[in-house]
Design a protein around this ligand. Structure first.
Ligand code: SF4
Length: 342
């Protein structure tokens, strides 16, 4: 362990760490829920979801007993819905095991739990000497130690794993892990790190060498795939709206949406109307976008009346007021809201 590094960030954390509800407990269920929510969500947004989640499902048994639709509805708006589906699956695994596992290797086997989450749970709840390693830790260690091995290379993963383990304060793994995470999120930030207020400035390699903007290094740029989605919000003579559940093997599995067609480029109004025989577009909202990690979604929506009898479609027809009872992707919710308000 680098004692200077560990004591400086732990001291900083005691004075400046964020006061968050999951930090007042060692209950592995609560810590697990918070870690999964925070995997791809900022703390400010995740807080509310955490509270609502714990209120609705106060125990792993309650979560295991819920339906997937209930879990997804509560998750609506958080994105990356596979997290919710995996949590639901893992809750059933935990109940079948007779309780939350306490060994790192057993925690790691739970659906949706990777190395980082398992290390966080085991250190925070059981005091095990498991070092967390995620984007925050890569950045802090790369800068502090001046490591320029690309963090997304297999060599980089090895080097940083070894460094993370070596730097860990094995006497206080819970405090150390939370400290390095908060420190990376609040002081050693991706852009404009606060080096002049940093307690590590005197011993930091990147600061000494003027390399904070260069480190950490990534070798590959993420390739973004553009996807063009045309939504037809079909309404029948009674004013009901057509929705269907998305299938497996793509984004938003298990969530509901109106009729959707994907194409290689945007469709014009006539092409959109031709997707469902007998539909008459009455309003439209075009040009919405939604960024996912490797995909940029472009969505156009058309509110359409549909003559009876309605063509055979595989989904369901629901009252407009009942749409909110179905979990839908945020992009779709916002498209429907926009088009309905025109
Ligand atoms: S001095 Fe700057 S780069 Fe170094 S650890 Fe502190 S905030 Fe990060």
């Amino acid at each position: 362990m680098n004692a200077v590094f560990a004591s400086a960030i732990e001291e900083w954390y005691r004075r400046n760490g964020r006061d968050l509800p999951w930090r007042h407990t060692h209950d592995p269920y609560a810590v697990w829920v918070s870690e999964i929510i925070l995997q791809q969500t900022r703390v400010a947004q995740g807080l509310d979801y955490f509270r609502r989640f714990m209120e609705k499902f106060p125990s792993v048994q309650a979560l295991a007993a819920a339906s997937e639709d209930e879990v997804l509805l509560l998750w609506q708006g958080l994105g990356y819905y596979s997290r919710a589906r995996n949590m639901h699956k893992a809750a059933k695994q935990i109940v079948a095991m007779g309780g939350f596992p306490t060994d790192y290797s057993d925690v790691r086997k739970l659906s949706g739990v990777g190395e980082y989450t398992a290390a966080a749970i085991c250190s925070i709840c059981y005091g095990r000497p498991c070092a967390v390693l995620d984007g925050n830790v890569f950045r802090v260690l790369s800068r502090y130690l001046g490591i320029d091995t690309p963090i997304d290379s297999s060599q980089g993963k090895k080097v940083f794993r070894q460094m993370a383990d070596e730097m860990l304060d094995v006497q206080n793994p819970a405090v150390y892990n939370q400290a390095i995470m908060d420190f990376g999120a609040m002081i050693c930030t991706p852009k404009s790190p606060q080096c002049t207020d940093c307690p590590l400035a005197d011993t930091c390699s990147a600061f000494a060498g003027g390399l904070t903007a260069e480190l950490p290094i990534k070798s590959r740029k993420v390739k973004i795939r553009n996807r063009f989605l045309t939504y037809l919000i079909l309404t029948d003579a009674q004013g009901r709206v057509y929705i269907r559940k998305r299938g497996k093997g793509d984004i938003w599995q298990g969530l509901f949406e109106p009729f959707c067609h994907e194409s290689d480029s945007p469709l014009d109004a006539a092409q959109a109307a031709a997707l469902v025989p007998g539909c008459i577009p009455v309003k439209s909202v075009c040009g919405l976008t939604h960024q996912l990690t490797h995909q940029l979604l472009h969505a156009d929506g058309y509110l359409c009346r549909i003559a009876s009898p309605v063509p055979p479609l595989s989904g369901i027809w629901v009252e407009r007021a009942e749409l909110q009872d179905y979990a839908m992707p945020r992009l779709v919710v916002s498209l429907i809201e926009k088009i309905m308000s025109l």
